[in-house]
Design a protein around this ligand. Sequence first.
Ligand SMILES: [Zn+2]
Length: 342
Amino acid sequence: MNARYLWRRGGLAVFVFSAPTFLGCAGTDAESAQGAQAEAAWQWSAERLVETANQVRAGRSLQPTEWPNGARVAVLLSFDADNETLSLRTGQPTVGDMSRGEYGGRVGLQRVIALLDRHQIPASFFIPSVSLKLTPAMVDVIGRSGRHEFGIHGWVHETNSTLAEADERELTRRALDEVTEMIGARPVGYRAPSWDFSPYTLDIIRELGFLYDSSLMADDRPYELVAAGQPTGIVELPVEWIQDDAPLFDPRGTRYESPRDVLQVWKDEFDKAYEERTLFLLTMHPHVIGHRSRIVVLEELIDHIRSKPGVWFATHRAAAEYVREQAGMGAARAAAGGSASP
Ligand SMILES: [Zn+2]
């Protein structure tokens, strides 16, 4: 029997017990719906609803007055190299699905790196530990320029909200240890697999000394994460589904979005960020964006961005360190430690 949370109140989790599952088995919408049916939200007290919503919320904005060198917008490109783990994590992988993921490490990533090299711009790569184990050559391909950042993205792209707290903690710690060993440096950035941030995730990434998270969506600008009303010192670099290639391009292949249409969405998102002097953050996947017709539009987007003056291309880490300093939160925390500095 495997316990998983439904909600957490006053530091205590309320568990439901479901059929045996195992680590790495992705949760489904049906499972979540089943859990939610245990007690309908309209039967909850108002206090319980408020406490549940307040478990993890957006705190103060960390938007700086200006970006480094007087830039008016920060552009953060990230690539989640999930590859085969998207199939493996289900516990029922298929050869076909795994081959679609394998394309990311074999082909897509090479195109992404070549594009970034042509423009001499940095990016952040969030990689499940198992994905890096399967394609260890990614360490050199990504690391060779010295411009890019490695971040943590689960062990086998597990779905956090289906896990017991101890399992989530163990998998995140294991991923951090293994990736640290494989790349020879300790990452400071975390992105929850599928952006599935459980009520335990924030405690876990604080314990492990992460500098920032990039999984949540409460703003277009960077902000500080707050846990039950208390500032945590963790920087959030927010994401959004409309700034993610996966849903727009639908890697399941049951629907087809024209890359040109997606380009227009992203240009409009960037143009507004530029006008508002904030942040433009894209989440992409080598096995999705790395296809020929898509890498072409990504290059058009980068050309468009680079045609404007005052753009700061940065890794997520550089942006998180900068906004922390600007907000007077002290120097960035040493990732090896794990204790939060003021
Ligand atoms: Zn992912």
